[in-house]
Design a protein around this ligand. Structure first.
Ligand code: ARG
Length: 590
């Protein structure tokens, strides 16, 4: 029985408010003793011309409000709120059996059935290193894609590769002058970065040299746009080699895409976009360039065609969104891209709207902050930012970051294993560290509101007792070990007595398990996976409190042991489900 749903249905009967609206209004009281759900009566004050506490009192007395509750839910008026309290035993039985039924897919729904949701994320730039900034979009986007598919949406994962633009004219030019074939084979992105930097350094030599290089680059980009075979072949090679490097990282992180249509894919569609905007009378000349003015939106004009006739980033995005709508008739088209590009997306969506495409309203820019390294104090008390080796200047490459994290994780896991008398082989340690380390990185990006900057610190990230992935995975592994031990001793879990799990610690675990389902929906609605990370972190804390205060295998009665083991099982499923939504794996032992 879904009591929240039943409560909403009854409130709908009593008040005439829309059920969906009611579901959105129902709150979880800040303290457990206040009940399980609360409905604030403020919305009804206007139409009923009564004060909210009075409305709460009258509603409380209504027969219709308690229909189907069968004594399992008690109703209270508290000021402007109606509080609903579900019988602890009934709640425990309901929640645990639902979880056992769904297993590690607990939290899934079918609210998105038949709806296409495009989630564009990662979108690194060809020939440039994949850095920790791209990790944010990659990890956040992957998590949102997981969450939406678990809610039943048909998710299409797009990687809008930065594989086009004037910089490719420069790269072609630089490659012909200084490209080193062997280095290209060895590490294409490093080599492409090297020659790109060299191009810019050479431009600084003299203004003649700069003009010569820039002219050649412009010429090469034009040839590329016109489809000249030699330029196209070079570009294709840069793209293929870079993509191979990116794909290795994706594979390591367990991330997949359905579509790699980068910016280049849309370049041939741009004349159509330009014509459409022209036909609608939206394109204006401005200093030789073509723009769409957006004054009425309070936005600067959107540049569509540059004065030299070449196309730019925004025009490719316009072509892309029209293509996506045509192909997928999307319910939502989500861009997981850093906050610095907020204006760009506002402009693109405003142009669409101006051109009469209402699906502009279904396009969403999901922005995020920056990863910053927490300064540390050196011996003299001066603040220093911990840096670690990168070959490409100040940029921290994701692969280096992941390597360093798994290394540090392995140290901890090895130490723990040694404390237990060395119960893990090197191979096991390596395997576990990869999952826990990558999980730690992902969790760091997902544990707080996405628009906040992250103040990164190694010790925080790998604190096995903190709000971290290692803590959650460790809790999961601990539960699995309890379950294994019980099985070895011939003890089983059973739902039969779960309704007896009404002690304070048990109730707290069950309450937090019950709230997980809503957290998933809220995470999707607000594009904030941290609603899930926060919830599973609460579940893990509640579980560990229960674990420390209660005997499980050695419980007083068989009934109590079986019920508690079942609760353990439910918690393990829910943790696994939540971590999986965040793109984080689990280990059975660590
Ligand atoms: N490649 C871009 C970058 O690295 C991000 C692309 C964002 N997506 C888009 N549709 N414009 O900054």
């Amino acid at each position: 029985m879904d009591y929240k749903d039943l409560i909403a249905s009854n409130l709908h009967e009593c008040t005439g408010l829309d059920k969906e609206q009611i579901l959105g209004l129902i709150e979880i009281p800040p303290k457990l003793e206040m009940g399980d759900y609360a409905f604030p009566c403020f919305v009804l004050a206007k139409t009923l011309h009564k004060a909210p506490p009075m409305i709460a009192n009258e509603l409380k007395a209504s027969e219709d409000l308690v229909k189907g509750f069968d004594g399992a839910v008690t109703v209270d008026a508290a000021g402007p709120y109606i509080n609903f309290r579900i019988d602890r035993g009934v709640l425990a039985g309901n929640v645990v059996s639902e979880i056992i039924e769904q297993g590690d897919q607990y939290g899934n729904r079918n609210i998105g059935e038949g709806k296409n949701v495009i989630i564009e994320f990662s979108s690194p730039n060809i020939a440039k290193p994949f850095h920790v900034g791209h990790a944010f979009t990659t990890i956040l986007g992957n998590s949102l894609a997981n969450i939406y598919s678990r809610l039943g949406y048909n998710v299409i994962r797009f990687n809008h590769l930065g594989d086009y633009g004037t910089q490719f004219g420069k790269l072609i030019t630089a490659y012909r002058l200084w490209g080193d074939e062997a280095a290209m084979q060895e590490n294409p992105i490093d080599e492409l970065t090297r020659i790109y930097v060299k191009f810019h350094d050479e431009c600084k030599v003299s203004s003649e040299r700069e003009k010569e290089l820039e002219d050649t680059a412009r010429d090469n980009f034009r040839k590329l746009e016109e489809g000249e075979p030699e330029e196209v072949a070079l570009w294709q090679r840069f793209r293929d080699l870079s993509l191979q490097v990116f794909e290795k990282t994706y594979e390591r992180m367990g991330i997949k895409f359905d579509n790699y249509n980068g910016e280049s894919f849309y370049s041939s569609m741009i004349p159509g976009v330009v014509k459409m905007l022209e036909d609608k009378g939206l394109l204006e000349e401005s200093e030789g360039a073509k723009v769409v003015k957006l004054d009425e939106e309070g936005l600067p004009p959107c540049l569509v065609v540059k004065s030299d006739g070449t196309t730019i980033y925004a025009s490719r995005d316009l072509a892309a969104v029209l293509y996506r709508h045509e192909e997928f008739n999307f319910y939502k088209n989500i861009y997981v891209v850093g906050l610095p590009q907020q204006l760009h997306f506002k402009q693109v969506f405003a142009v669409l709207k101006k051109a009469g495409y209402d699906f502009a309203d279904d396009c969403v820019h999901v922005g995020f902050g920056l990863l910053k390294f927490k300064p540390k104090k050196d011996e003299n008390g001066n603040e220093v930012v911990e840096a670690f080796s990168t070959r490409a200047g100040n940029i921290i490459k994701l692969d280096d970051f992941l390597d360093k994290t798994t290394e540090k994780t392995a140290e901890i896991i090895r130490k723990n294993s040694e404390l237990r008398g060395g119960d893990m082989t090197d191979e096991q340690i390596a395997k576990v560290s990869e999952i826990v380390g990558l999980g730690a990185v992902s969790y760091t990006y997902l544990k707080a509101g996405r628009e906040k900057d992250i103040l990164f610190d190694w010790d925080d990230m790998l604190d096995f007792e903190g709000d971290t992935a290692p803590y959650l995975i460790y809790t999961y592994a601990r539960i699995k070990s309890i379950l294994r031990k019980a099985e070895e001793q011939g003890f089983n879990a059973s739902v039969d007595a779960v309704s007896k799990l009404t002690a304070e610690d048990e109730y707290a675990v069950i309450r937090s398990l019950a709230d997980f389902k809503d957290a998933v929906v809220k995470a999707a609605e607000s594009y904030e996976p941290f609603m899930i990370s926060r919830q599973i972190s609460l579940i893990a804390r509640n579980f560990n409190r229960f674990y420390n205060n209660s005997r499980i295998i050695n419980a007083d009665t068989q009934e109590s042991r079986e019920a508690r083991l079942m609760l353990c099982k439910a918690v393990s499923y829910c943790l696994k489900s939540g971590l999986d939504m965040l793109g984080i794996g689990v280990v059975e032992k660590m």
